[in-house]
Design a protein around this ligand. Sequence first.
Ligand code: 2P0
Length: 351
Amino acid sequence: MSLYQATASAPVNIACIKYWGKRDTKLILPTNSSLSVTLDQDHLRSTTTSRADPSFTKDRLWLNGKEDEIKDGGRLATCIAEMKRMRKELEDKSPNEPKLSSYNVHICSHNNFPTAAGLASSASGFAALVKSLATLYALPASPSELSLIARQGSGSACRSLMGGFVAWEQGTSPNGSDSLAIQVAPREHWEDIHALICVVSDDKKGTSSTSGMQRTVETSPLIQHRIRNVVPQRMRDISEAIQKKDFDTFARITMQDSNQFHAVCLDTDPPIFYMNDVSRTIIALVVEYNRVSVEAGGKLKAAYTFDAGPNAVIYAPKENIREIVEMIVNYFPQADPFKDPFGLFGTTGVQ
Ligand code: 2P0
């Protein structure tokens, strides 16, 4: 008897142009395009094994060793159903293929970073799930095609299906068929850029992204300005900066977009606060670090960005990373806010 099982893994991604707001909450269609960098090393990833077997009585999922309910009509159920639908199409075309689409699946997923660390796990989690089912089902689908399915698990997950610099194009179709991820540039294109994760707090966040962004769409006048007048130009400009390896422009847009995302959160009723005093101190340090460089006739040397929590991610050319770590550790000598420096693109740690 054959064993039908496959394992795949996917890393976390950190957005430079933030996704915040849905125009369709069921299909997970965003109100604006976004762009992220996929962290390409071993520290922050999800690994998922899927198995199909005729003896399984229902679909089941274990997350970090604990069984999670697969709710009918929920995001997990949608992703699994979509993958089975694609497998069925393949079986219909190739009658000799085993009928895996009719078997239930058992899925086992692990994050190699603490979920409590406040770092996005849904992005890597849903990306790894979709990848493992695509491997199990031997689907001839491209990463962009698979991103259409991962998107329905968690919006940001669609950007974790490829490495390097990745755009999620919002699309215009009401059925979501063109709301997918594309690779703007592979990591090899700009290996010099690194990411430093500063774990400011490992508390669970107060307002989930899903409910927070919905409240923003319903109550914030500023988000309308952002959607119409700001993000489209930023998407073009940052993509060009990536093509040209222009760190100055990349950094400026990344910081502006993080600021506007948090402004839009503040503009929500009731307001949402994700950053804390340590986050704001890190912003001040990066601003000062860049000011000294620019005043001496140089360029920006680092860019901060903050997601739906207080943790900072700092993008910088590799040569600046050591200096930035020293600056932050010097300011926070107890080193507590800075538990884990992660290098991007292959380097582990930065010491
Ligand atoms: C991003 N975030 O672009 C932005 C920046 C948080 C701040 O994507 O409801 O967890 O599952 O689609 O993907 C968080 O949103 O939300 C997010 P759902 P998701 O990375």
